[in-house]
Structure formats: C-alpha cells, structure tokens
Design a binder for this molecule. Structure first.
Ligand SMILES: CC(C)(COP(=O)(O)OP(=O)(O)OC[C@H]1O[C@@H](n2cnc3c(N)ncnc32)[C@H](O)[C@@H]1OP(=O)(O)O)[C@@H](O)C(=O)NCCC(=O)NCCS
Length: 140
C-alpha cells in the first residue's frame, strides 16, 4: 500500500480517462489482491500490473496498466517490464497472457507485437463511446 500514491501519480502522467485510467479504488484493489502483483521500474519510471485469472477449466494471466513515465520512454523500460511480467506469470504456472490496447495506440501496439503478442479481435466501446480496444494474447 506504500506504493499507492506513486502508482496513481504514474497512471495520471500516462493515461487519460478514455485510455483506461485506473482510479484510486481500482489501484488499491490490485495492490491488495492476492491474485495480483505490481511490477515497478525505478522510482516509478514505469509500472505494470499482472493478475492471475481463470474460470475453473482454464487459467490465464491478465496484464493491466503498462505505463512508462513520458520522461523515461524509448529506453527499453516497457520491454523490461513485459519480460518481468512473463517471468512472474511463468512462476504462477500460467501459459497464456491476455491484454487490451486502445486501437489508436500505435506505440503500444508496436511494442506488444515486438514482444510476441498476437491481435485476437476487437471490443467496440471498451474505453468509452467510440473507443475500440484490440484484444491481445501471448503464449508463454
Ligand atoms: C507504450 C509505452 C508503455 C512504451 O514504453 P517505453 O518504455 O517507451 O517502450 P520501450 O522503450 O521498451 O520500447 C520497446 C519497443 O516498443 C515500440 N515502441 C515504443 N514506443 C514507441 C513509439 N512511440 N512508436 C512506435 N513504437 C514504439 C518499439 O518497437 C520499441 O522498440 P525499439 O526501441 O527497438 O524501436 C509508453 O509509451 C507508455 O507508457 N505510453 C502511455 C501508456 C500506454 O499506452 N500504455 C499501454 C497501455 S495498453
């Protein structure tokens, strides 16, 4: 919980309301859930949240809120956070990771493609009216 304010400040530096910005309640939930882990780079230069999900028959991982401070971009921090998330998921015995990205977020879509994610469909209005998400999957 000591990281709550740092994570919220990073969220606000990196996302707008129509880009899936998490509020205090959501970040607090993901900090306290036994199914979730936050990975933080440096002094909140970047962060990502990993969550174990499942439905009884199948287990998968969900990746939320991958963000790198605008002042620290293009230095490989997002790549490092994704690699670390893959290690965390593997340690949880999870072989499939899912994420969503805003369809017009070229930087993130290029990053996810470079890190081995496939685009697996679209969700209309996911981030609000007219804001489409692309569904991503990555096998580990
Ligand atoms: C997307 C984001 C996380 C990338 O973080 P980053 O630390 O700058 O990324 P990296 O330096 O690790 O880049 C890794 C690769 O991603 C791709 N990439 C990153 N930024 C890019 C950009 N602006 N345009 C195109 N491709 C980009 C490139 O393939 C890059 O590899 P390269 O440096 O060899 O060309 C960052 O821009 C960000 O926080 N954006 C706002 C929040 C967001 O959109 N998060 C994703 C939500 S799904």
């Amino acid at each position: 919980m000591a990281d709550l304010e740092g994570l919220l400040a990073l969220e606000r530096r990196c996302f707008a309301g129509n880009e899936g910005l998490f509020n205090r309640r959501q970040v607090r939930y993901l900090l306290t859930s036994p199914r979730a882990a936050w990975l933080v780079a440096g002094d909140f230069a970047g962060a990502a949240c990993c969550l174990r999900a499942g439905n009884g028959r199948q287990r998968w991982g969900r990746l939320y809120s991958l963000a790198v401070d605008p002042a620290c971009r293009k230095q490989g921090i997002a790549r490092a956070l994704l690699d670390a998330s893959f290690s965390w998921f593997r340690a949880q015995d999870i072989g499939l990771v899912r994420a969503e990205v805003k369809a017009d977020n070229t930087a993130a879509r290029t990053l996810y493609a470079a890190m081995g994610f496939s685009e697996a469909g679209r969700i209309v209005d996911y981030y609000g009216a007219g804001e489409t998400a692309v569904k991503l999957i990555r096998r580990l």
